[in-house]
Design a binder for this molecule. Sequence first.
Ligand code: COA
Length: 422
Amino acid sequence: MEGPTVEIKRGLEGVIFTETYLSAIDGDAGRLSYCGYEINDLAARASYEETAFLLWYQRLPAEDELAMLSAWLRANRHLPKVVWGIMHSLPEQATPMEALRTVASTLSMFDRSCIHQVEGGSSLCRAVSLTAKLPTIIASFDRLRRDRPPIEPREDLGHAANLLYMLNGSEPDPADAEALETYFVLLADHGMNASTFSARVTASTLGDVFSSVVTALGTLKGPLHGGASQRSMEQLLEIGSADKVDAWFDRLTATKQRIYGFGHRVYKTEDPRATILRDLSRRVAQRTGNTRWFDIASRLEARVLDHPYFQERRIYANVDFYTGPLLYALDVPLDLFIPMFAIARVAGWTAHMLEQQKNNRLIRPRAYYAGPRDQVWNDMPDRVPQVEAQPETQCVASRPANCPAALEVPPRFWPLPESPAS
Ligand code: COA
């Protein structure tokens, strides 16, 4: 391991650290399946509850079994009373993902619904509880911030229909509920993506389900992962109309900026979920009579596919690209896009956690130490300061976390500024 010749797999690219029975991705053929069932079949036929059953038990449920799981999930949608106090005390500037992460974490202290202490039983029980409750947290948070009273979940509605009902206060159009349900099925699991991996790392310490899900929520939020759906819709909003796509695209490519919603670590062809979401997004847009955002997305995708830079790098639309116009057409607020991803992915996270703990080995990779060795200890008077003392800027309350400006960035980790030409 030691020595400068060691091969570093930055970003763990291509590293296989475990086997899984949950989902399979063929990045060259553009195929995805859950437990052997093709994503196209699942998207067309399965409900989210049925998909969660498939991931948790690795088989499709019989009719009675699905009815049991549905009832179990639906009975768990209500939040414990004490959580409402926490929801009301969240600061005004809290984002939905921060609220979701905080409340999901809080639930672990109050969730006493899991009475089965048999091995695995308790974890599955908590997986069900969290999967059922995330939509209630998000819908309630969204209503509270708009000064509207939260709406109690309804057990007679499916997973997506109930969420839309809790958000808007009226029963959704069945076609809207169906579209969102399909989105949830499409995003329920996806191999060893960053948030799932982080959930498994926590699970491998024998951490509990809540800790795993909170870890995953934190990972999902980043713009290179779940955050891309929101960013990609923001791009469409910034462009504004289909006739402005060309100028926007030319500017971005000229300045070598990333276009959100394109590219994937594993898919080197079209992401099969993007294919389904493109179609779904078009249908929802046509039904609502507003195809503006879909048209911009379509035009932008055409420019990307036609450009040699993206062709050479085999960059195509990913799952987040058509998620934007789809969720926007369903009137989902922009900053709820990442929570929507989380609501879908929690079944996968928890299935992976259960799988990890079934045949556990602590996940503990190594890093190559690239810093100096054999340093000689200097006493304080002998040390040379590298940062100029700026007492007037120290600990200014308006800076985040009272961060003293001079020490904000450890200078050692930044490239030295180029010396001015003499
Ligand atoms: N726009 C422009 N260029 C992109 C790009 C994008 N969306 N995605 C990748 N590239 C380019 C990189 O600049 C790099 O170019 P280079 O070879 O000249 O340096 C090359 O393609 C490889 O990119 P890299 O970041 O090394 O690939 P990765 O496997 O780490 O990337 C993502 C995967 C998802 C992080 C990347 O495609 C990305 O940032 N996409 C945008 C964010 C996004 O949509 N995320 C959601 C993923 S589901």
